[in-house]
Design a protein around this ligand. Structure first.
Ligand code: MN
Length: 243
């Protein structure tokens, strides 16, 4: 199983979640929301061969944490993975749009300067600006759009731009999400949960809930479960080999 976007540090008992991920052999991209959280979050999984920690600055806290861009620069050389980063155009965060742009621009530029990174990107109600920024910063690395919720034409544009997509249970719970997922090329798709933020069956999502996505993909792709699992693993290997 692969959970390519989970906030392990934000569970009430991160150690037990990490232990269970290790026991189940789950590959996890452990994203962070602030640069200052990177060191501690990274330390949670030093003995986990299948878990990688991403250095992030979430757009929803950009206005409060823009002062941590120096900290971001400090850790950038230590990881191949960046996230959660991006833009959020919902009304409560749009008021801090300039700070979000400042942070996102800084990070894309910084990633380009070090030869590119694999980036887990948030684009809620901001898909078009996120895509414009990525188009203008091709050297920043490989974008993985997490929980994509744009239009079909935005999706086409993102595919043309060589974006990847990480898909969680929530995305498969609406007709619109399902339609988008069915249009994503199989070779650019990874599974995720966005736990503990995202909900599954009325509770916080757990990394192993990605199995629900695999089951849904098997139906959607008309493929045996084992083949879907294999495909997602091959995709992860391919993605990691790109940098
Ligand atoms: Mn997230």
């Amino acid at each position: 199983m692969i959970d390519f976007h989970a906030h392990l540090d934000l569970y009430s008992d991160p150690h037990s979640i990490v232990k269970e991920c290790n026991a189940r052999g789950i590959y996890v991209l452990s994203v962070t929301t602030t640069p200052s959280a990177w060191e501690g979050t990274s330390a949670l999984t030093t003995s986990s061969a299948r878990i990688r920690t991403a250095l992030g600055l979430h757009p929803q806290v950009a206005h409060q944490r823009k002062g941590e861009l120096d900290v971001f620069n400090t850790y950038l050389a230590e990881t191949k993975y960046i996230g959660e980063i991006g833009l959020d155009g919902s009304p409560e965060y749009k008021v801090h749009w300039d700070d979000q742009l400042l942070v996102f621009d800084h990070i894309l530029h910084a990633c380009a300067c070090v030869g590119g990174r694999i980036m887990s990107i948030h684009s809620r109600r901001a898909t078009q600006t996120v895509l414009e920024k990525l188009e203008a910063s091709r050297d920043s690395g490989v974008p993985v759009l997490h929980w994509f919720s744009g239009s079909k034409s935005d999706l086409d544009r993102a595919i043309t731009l060589n974006c990847w997509f990480s898909v969680g249970p929530a995305m498969l719970s609406t007709a619109k999400g399902l339609d988008l997922v069915s249009r994503i090329p199989h070779e650019r798709l990874l599974t995720e949960t966005d736990g503990p933020f995202a909900q599954v069956d009325g509770r916080n999502a757990l990394p192993w809930d990605v199995q629900q996505v695999v089951v849904r993909l098997a139906t959607l792709w008309n493929m045996p479960l084992g083949e879907v699992e294999q495909k997602i693993h091959l995709n992860l290997r391919h993605l990691v080999s790109l940098l």
